[in-house]
Ligand binder design. Structure first.
Ligand SMILES: C[C@H](O)CC(=O)SCCNC(=O)CCNC(=O)[C@H](O)C(C)(C)COP(=O)(O)OP(=O)(O)OC[C@H]1O[C@@H](n2cnc3c(N)ncnc32)[C@H](O)[C@@H]1OP(=O)(O)O
Length: 718
């Protein structure tokens, strides 16, 4: 056995060599240049050593095979040419591995992502553990780059063009069974049998045994696609054209990586792997230095940092949460119950005044868990076991031992006060009272509490199981251990939490309001509904402001709006358009009366309800440039975010960026409102705000902090 810095190398009597990767001091294995340089001579040695019959590459770390190329390398290169060289060096190493002429099998347990999967693809075989920690994918697109270690060439050759594009364009990660089904790996075995399976695979490869594709697999939709479309140039063109259309629809041209991925695959499939790899390296280089990649990588680092943040400035420890109580079995309560039981593995007790409410919440979880069962992500017994942790009641029975109660009842202060009292009476002294209110100040809710230090806001976004953000709202009195406990629970629920201070609208709704209001003002001036939505979607938001209003509920928005207006004055005044629609009993999607028509079928929510214009008394014929619509919305949101930082509502620009991206869908390629302002330059931000202030009024007045920062030539991020 020889020791190296990044791996150990063992040569066994049966002729099998084993490289075990273990980067010192890191929780995840990543591919660094120094690591590759150290590995290269060992591969050369194996090539010439006749005693070595086969090689197994495994990880020495628990739960991490290789998480990809070291992302920190990307920040250190200045030019596209330098980044291209990184990719080319990787190609040389992976090619050498592929050309070894001896079976090389990757034995994978844990994250096998990006460059990690590309290494595995250069091996002659892959066996993986059936652990839930094992995930395979090429997530580079989420960082604004592309698989630069040969992934765009080897993956389509192994699993087919269409499935590989699907993996690379979405960055999705596959569970073991999905990876096997796709043909990405040869075998899935329990972790304890991984080395045995790798040895077996080496033997099979030595005997020239391929894993057979069964004849029936050609008669599946995928099999036929492969046979008729992928095997000829005309068919391949159809796939690439379709992929480009889908990309354009999704990205609106805001992200360069997806089209470059398609270009690499197309080149490689039509002109051979050598040309494909050269295109891959070139495109990789260009993307690494792009502003989009820089922004998306900053989002990766911010979320990684947040995973370690306990949310307070002290080292307060979180309390252990074994059981969660949820008050209210509506949409929010049901979602909260689901993430608590299925993601966080807590015992959950749901209370609703109506038995139907309780049943609704239980059914909600069962539907989502059944879906996972159907996709074979969980077994039927695991699904039943999870469900056994979720129970319901119409009174407070079973609440005595809950460690945290999360209320999601109607937005009514009297009711919330009653809940606080009920919880203090029916639960334990240590029980935390968390409220999911989106409009009532937490301080006001805590007024009814005997233990206000245990009252906190826990603001989820709808639908809870999908939206990644949780805002944790602290009052002056909330204890640090309570905040730390909520942060911990939110992480266990699979969420990214940001801790914010109490104030009207907290952070997310506060910065959302001026952006939505601006759409209302433009609408009142006669700008068409679909134009407003299109302009913001083109600018990078997942849905436009008017569609969002229909989804959230015009009644909900008009309930929050006066609270913000009272707190912040004229700059937040509710546009008359929204009030008029509320008076016309238009709540949006929920009562099928909104800005759009909700008639079911394909047009559901897609066709504007023209009668809105007569309710508003406007003719939708005003032309405002899309760029202006987008800029006004983005600037107002960023300006308000700057105020939130100045007032201590958010703890950092990092939290403000993540809150806006994960809570609202602020265009990720800008990296969040603070990175957006840094990118423009604070002087430009102030100049543009002042320009609109002159034309449109004082709602565009730049925040004080921006004026100060402009004068000091500062930026939010270093
Ligand atoms: C040439 C190639 O094609 C290009 C590439 O490979 S680009 C990289 C592609 N890979 C990725 O995008 C995966 C990124 N990583 C992840 O998604 C997650 O870290 C993970 C799923 C692997 C593990 O998640 P989790 O267990 O929650 O651990 P997490 O806290 O995120 O990470 C632990 C540490 O590993 C680091 N890390 C993870 N992946 C890394 C990577 N690819 N490069 C550098 N550091 C990485 C994190 O920054 C963190 O560092 P820290 O402890 O010093 O803060």
């Amino acid at each position: 056995m020889s020791d190296n810095t990044f791996f150990t190398f063992e040569q066994h009597d049966d002729g099998i060599a084993v490289i075990s990767i273990d980067l010192p001091g890191e929780s995840q294995n990543v591919l660094k240049m120094e690591f590759i340089e150290e590995l290269q001579p060992v591969i050369e040695q194996i090539k010439t050593d006749s005693a070595v019959k086969g090689l197994i590459i495994k990880s020495g770390k628990e739960g991490s095979f290789i998480a990809g190329a070291d992302i920190s390398m990307f920040g250190k290169v200045d030019t596209a040419e330098d980044a291209e060289k990184i990719s080319t060096s990787g190609h040389q190493f992976f090619n050498a591995l592929e050309d070894l002429k001896k079976p090389v099998v990757a034995a994978i347990h844990g994250a096998c992502l990006g460059g990690g999967l590309e290494l595995a693809l250069a091996c002659s075989g892959r066996v993986i553990s059936d652990s839930s920690k094992t995930k395979l994918g090429l997530p580079e697109v989420q960082l604004g780059v592309l698989p630069g270690g040969g992934g765009t060439q080897r993956l389509p050759r192994l699993v087919g063009i269409a499935p590989s594009l699907d993996m690379m364009l979405t960055g999705k990660q596959l569970f073991p069974k999905q990876a096997k089904k796709l043909g990405l790996v040869d075998d899935v075995v329990p972790q304890a049998n991984l080395m045995k399976a790798a040895r077996k695979r080496i033997e099979e490869l030595r005997k020239g045994k391929e894993k057979k594709t069964s004849i029936s697999s050609y008669f599946t939709a995928k099999g036929l696609q492969k046979l008729f479309l992928e095997s000829n140039p005309l068919g391949r063109n159809i796939i690439f054209d379709q992929a480009r259309k889908t990309v354009q629809k999704k990205t609106k041209g805001n992200y360069p990586a997806p089209n470059k991925i398609i270009e690499c695959v197309e080149k490689g499939m039509s002109q051979g792997i050598k040309k494909g790899l050269a295109t891959e390296a070139k495109n990789f280089g260009q993307l690494v230095v792009s502003s989009e990649a820089k922004a998306l990588i900053s989002v990766f680092y911010a979320t990684t940092e947040l995973k370690k943040d306990n949310g307070v400035d002290s080292d307060a420890e979180p309390a252990r949460i074994k059981k969660v109580g949820v008050l209210g079995g509506g949409l929010m309560g049901s979602g909260i119950a689901y993430v608590s039981v299925d993601k966080a593995n807590k015992k959950v007790r749901v209370k609703d005044v109506r038995p139907e409410g309780v049943n609704g919440a239980l059914n909600y979880s069962w539907k989502l868990i059944s879906k996972k069962m159907k996709k074979k992500i969980v077994s039927p017994s695991t699904a039943r076991h999870t469900m056994s942790f979720l129970t319901g009641t119409t009174d407070f029975s079973g609440f005595k031992n809950v460690d945290m109660v999360i209320e999601a009842v109607f937005e009514d202060i009297k009711l919330k006060h009653q809940m606080v009292k009920d919880v203090e009476q029916n639960c334990s002294d240590h029980t935390i009272f968390a409220t999911n209110t989106s409009s009532i100040p937490i301080t006001t809710i805590a007024e009814a509490a005997k233990r206000p230090e245990q009252v906190v806001g826990l603001h989820y976004f709808s639908p809870v199981e999908k939206m990644p953000l949780v805002e944790i709202i602290a009052t002056d009195k909330t204890a640090d251990w309570v905040i730390a406990t909520c942060v911990e629970l939110a992480k266990q629920q699979g969420k990214t939490p940001i801790v914010v201070n109490d104030g009207a609208g907290f952070y997310v709704n506060r910065i959302l309001a001026p952006y939505i209001n601006e759409a209302g003002i433009l609408l009142n001036e006669g700008v068409a509904i679909e134009k407003l939505d299109k302009a913001m979607v083109q600018a990078g938001f997942p849905v436009g402001p008017i569609t969002l209003l229909d989804q959230v509920g015009i009644d909900v928005a008009t309930k929050v709006a006066p609270i913000l207006e009272e707190a912040f004055g004229d700059r937040m005044s509710t546009p008359r358009a929204f009030e008029k629609l509320k008076d016309d009993d238009r709540k949006g999607k929920k009562n099928k009366r909104g800005f759009y028509k909700y008639e079911g079928g394909s047009k559901n929510g897609k066709e504007v309800d023209e009668s809105v214009y007569s309710v508003l008394g406007v003719t939708p014929d005003k032309h405002v440039d899309n760029k202006e619509i987008a800029e006004r919305g983005l600037l107002l949101m960023a300006n308000e975010a700057a105020r939130c930082l100045d007032e201590g509502i958010i703890r950092s620009a990092r939290d403000g960026d993540i809150g806006a991206i994960f809570g609202i869908g602020f265009p990720p390629f800008h990296g969040g409102p603070f990175r957006y302002m840094d990118k423009l330059g604070i002087d430009t931000v102030v100049e543009r705000l002042e320009y609109y202030q002159k034309l449109q009024g004082d709602r565009f007045a730049p925040a004080d902090i921006l004026i100060k920062m402009r004068d000091g030539s500062e930026s939010f991020h270093k």
